[in-house]
Write a protein that binds this ligand. Structure first.
Ligand SMILES: C[S@@+](CC[C@H](N)C(=O)[O-])C[C@H]1O[C@@H](n2cnc3c(N)ncnc32)[C@H](O)[C@@H]1O
Length: 246
């Protein structure tokens, strides 16, 4: 696919338009003598951000944004789904570019082949279906996972969706840009598969540094199987990887 300019593809969610003058976007920011404020310095004057959260993704994402997303940053959510990540966040202060192969009818981009320029993004948010689907996962109705992961086993999800996304993030992120990876470990054929460890190793192999990891403790009860073989899983992870300069 022909890569187009990021600015041409910029999309604010819910049809919002950017408040910023495009001529002063970070892609063409004028030189300044003023020390730029960082997201971390802004966060330091607010509530502290912790690694463990109880509740839903939206509040976790809001905290991650406070810590890491600067005003005017380009943030590509390439598995936008229903946009529930952004429900508690004021996304008008940065440029949120939403795409999803199924749910974004006007931007149905495959996360492994995005129309964004090389080194144009500050953040790349990756939350593909994380459960293999020969069975019937509980989240299927909501996210129609079986349509995009039909007959995929754990290894396929890792190699096609996560690795494919990481390779595309490496291309599209600026140096020191951040790759956010949402994941949950799972059981396949009665055996644990530690996705968060596999993804950590994968990201390091692709030239990222593991800057942070958040643990989300779910409010809802995990599905109950007839006979319990392992502890019920009621937590997930959000990795924040940083692209090492090339
Ligand atoms: C777990 S959901 C994402 C939920 C989302 N973070 C939210 O807040 O609503 C996974 C999403 O990945 C999308 N998806 C699966 N394969 C994809 C691909 N190859 N390219 C882009 N999106 C894909 C699915 O359509 C689905 O919406």
């Amino acid at each position: 696919m022909k890569k187009q300019k990021v600015r041409k593809n910029k999309q604010q969610i819910s049809g919002r338009t950017s408040r910023k003058n495009p001529t002063t976007s970070i892609l063409s920011s004028p030189p300044t003598t003023k020390k730029p404020s960082t997201a971390a310095s802004t966060a330091s004057s607010k509530e502290k951000v912790y690694t463990a959260h109880k509740g839903d993704n939206a509040k976790l994402i809001r905290n991650v944004c406070e810590l890491y997303v600067k005003d005017g940053d380009y943030v590509a959510d390439v598995t936008f789904g229903k946009g529930s990540f952004w429900r508690s966040t004021d996304a008008s202060r940065f440029n949120l570019m939403a795409s999803d192969i199924l749910s974004c009818k006007d931007k149905p981009y495959d996360l492994t082949d995005l129309p964004y320029d090389d080194a144009s993004l500050d953040h790349f948010v990756l939350d593909p279906p994380y459960m293999h689907t020969p069975g019937k996962p509980m989240v299927d109705k909501r996210y129609r996972n079986s349509e995009t992961t039909r007959a995929m086993y754990h290894g396929d999800i890792m190699s096609k969706l996560y690795a494919g996304g990481m390779i595309e993030s490496r291309r599209t992120l600026k140096n020191r840009g951040m790759l956010w990876v949402k994941c949950q470990d799972e059981i396949q054929s009665g055996k644990q598969v530690w996705s968060h460890i596999e993804l950590y190793n994968m990201a390091l192999a692709f030239g990222f540094y593991a800057k942070d990891m958040f643990v989300l403790l779910s409010n809802s009860q995990p599905p109950v199987q007839a006979q319990q073989q392992h502890a019920r899983r009621n937590h997930s992870y959000l990795w924040i990887f940083e692209k090492k300069p090339q």
